[in-house]
Design a protein around this ligand. Structure first.
Ligand code: AMP
Ligand code: MG
Length: 487
């Protein structure tokens, strides 16, 4: 017997109280023999869930659809989206929202199973997910969280005991995803195109109440809401750029209203600095390359702004003008976040006009010498640059001199500058070859490699001896050039 009280479920279902157009209720699809592969004890604790009760067979059953937690109301969410520029109706084709866990400190967080079987929106798909990609999402989302970047999180991965057929038969698994919400730009695109004006407004009011309650009393709350979403996304994308994260599939259905990173498919962290870096095997045009991410974000946000036009003003021309004004703010907001983040990476606390040039000169030198992005900043922090071509370049020596002079103009001490750098430059990122190594071991039933990796990634700013091994660059033979969605 499950003991729901001991498990700690405290689910509400506010999303299910939205108009019917926004979801399709469903029954869970049981699987053959669910087994817990990884479980996130510290996240469980912050959710008010008991690891003791859930990290085992009971949890495996509940987090695979073989049972349902007390208070859950399983449903698949409706949404649309632009995928690589093309508009399509989508919806949760392989995910099931169980409900919203109200945490001990009063937060409301979606609990969603991903890979949980067919839904009303599955189209031709089987609704299932493969173990490797679900573990990948677990590792990278948890690493992003530890880096301090807003993101959905991963509570568990359960293997299903069933094969999933892709090019070959692969082990199936289900990820439990935890999110501020799963409202996406694509949810608003769906509302604007496929629902009536009242439903559309109900969605906007719901999103404001859930994510921006401080705006409810604003004179034109929809304009403020649009501005707030743009502002959170500008901050988020700047954070991605600062750690070298490449999302890989920045379709509008993969951009949240809450400002969290979502949908870890063919994402990866860049090793060598190059703005043209693309890993995703499906991104053949480089649409979502590292250096393009800010432009793609503003493109997505323009699609969001379009959906908001009918709510912004009764006069359409006026409304379009308002939307355009908000969208045009993105670039400056992004640049400000990015510059401040880069300054911190270089130990600079105050702003000087020439900082942008100083930063760009460094990035150009890194690109020229194919220097590792993360390790160059660590090298500057600890005065141990490993790329001999970079450190041997006279232009770099001159740059260092200029940087030192700039540091000397700071009010804080050299030690304060170093501390700022230590707190702004991660010692470890989930390097692709390490992630692949962990997934390969897990595929053979050994989850220890992944657990060790997760432990190191959970303290990226610790700068411990142990992390050095994980900071090492891949051998040429280990280099990962392509990542796959693995849907
Ligand atoms: P993603 O690329 O993960 O953002 O997914 C894009 C869309 O494809 C979403 O609507 C997913 O629910 C759907 N989808 C992905 N994989 C499957 C699958 N195996 N079965 C059904 N739908 C899927
Ligand atoms: Mg998606």
């Amino acid at each position: 017997m499950t003991d729901h009280y001991k498990e700690g479920w405290n689910l509400d279902n506010s999303y299910a109280r939205l108009p019917q157009a926004f979801y399709s209720k469903m029954d869970p699809n049981p699987v053959q023999s669910p087994q817990m592969a990884v479980f996130n004890d510290s996240l469980a604790e912050s959710l008010g869930l008991s690891g003791e009760e859930l990290n085992g067979d009971e949890g495996a059953a509940l987090l695979s659809g073989n049972g349902i937690p007390d208070g859950a109301l399983p449903l698949a969410q409706a949404y649309a989206g632009h995928q690589f520029g093309h508009f399509t109706m989508l919806g949760d084709g392989r995910a099931m929202l169980l409900g919203e866990q109200i945490t001990p400190d009063g937060k409301r967080l979606d609990i969603q199973l991903k890979g949980s079987g067919r839904t009303a929106f599955s189209r031709g798909g089987d609704g299932r997910a493969v173990l490797g990609p679900m573990l990948r999402e677990y590792i990278i989302s948890e690493a992003m969280h530890a880096l301090g970047i807003p993101t959905t999180r991963s509570l568990a991965v359960v293997t299903t005991g069933e094969p999933v057929y892709r090019e070959t038969a692969l082990p199936g698994a289900i990820l439990t995803r935890v999110a501020d919400s799963h409202l996406r730009v694509g949810t608003f695109q769906y509302a604007a195109k496929f629902t009536n004006p009242e439903d559309h407004k109900a969605l906007a009011d719901y999103a404001i109440k859930r994510h921006y309650p401080e705006l409810e009393a604003e004179e034109n709350r929809y304009v403020s809401f649009l501005r707030a979403v743009i502002s959170r996304q500008a901050a988020l994308i700047a954070r991605w750029q600062l750690v070298g994260f490449i999302h890989g599939v920045m379709n509008t259905d993969n951009m949240t209203i809450s400002g969290e990173t979502i949908d870890y498919g063919p994402c990866a962290f860049m090793d060598t600095f190059d703005p043209a870096t693309v890993f995703s095997s499906i991104d053949t045009q480089g649409r979502y390359a590292y250096g393009n991410q800010p432009y793609m974000a503003v493109w997505n946000l323009a699609r969001f702004a379009e959906t908001m036009v009918p709510l912004l003003d009764e006069d359409q021309e006026q409304a379009v003008g308002l939307a355009e004004k908000e969208i045009s703010a993105f670039s400056q907001l992004f640049t400000q976040h990015w510059l401040n983040g880069m300054r911190a990476k270089l130990g600079l606390a105050k702003e000087e006009k020439e900082d942008e040039t100083l930063i760009k000169e460094l990035l150009d030198l890194m690109q020229k010498h194919r220097a590792d992005y993360t390790n160059t900043f660590i090298g500057l922090t600890f005065d141990q640059l490993e790329n001999a071509n970079l450190s041997g370049d006279e232009a770099f020596t001159a740059w260092r001199q200029k940087w030192q002079e700039r540091l000397n103009r700071e009010e804080h001490s050299g030690e304060d500058a170093k501390e700022l750098m230590r707190n702004s430059n991660p010692a470890v990122i989930p390097r692709n070859h390490r992630v692949e190594e962990a997934l390969a071991a897990a595929g053979k039933g050994d989850f220890q490699v992944m657990e060790d990796l997760l432990a190191v990634l959970s303290h990226p700013y610790e700068h411990s001896e142990k992390q050095k091994e994980y900071a090492a660059l891949p051998d040429p033979s280990e280099c990962v050039y392509k990542t796959y969605c693995g849907t």
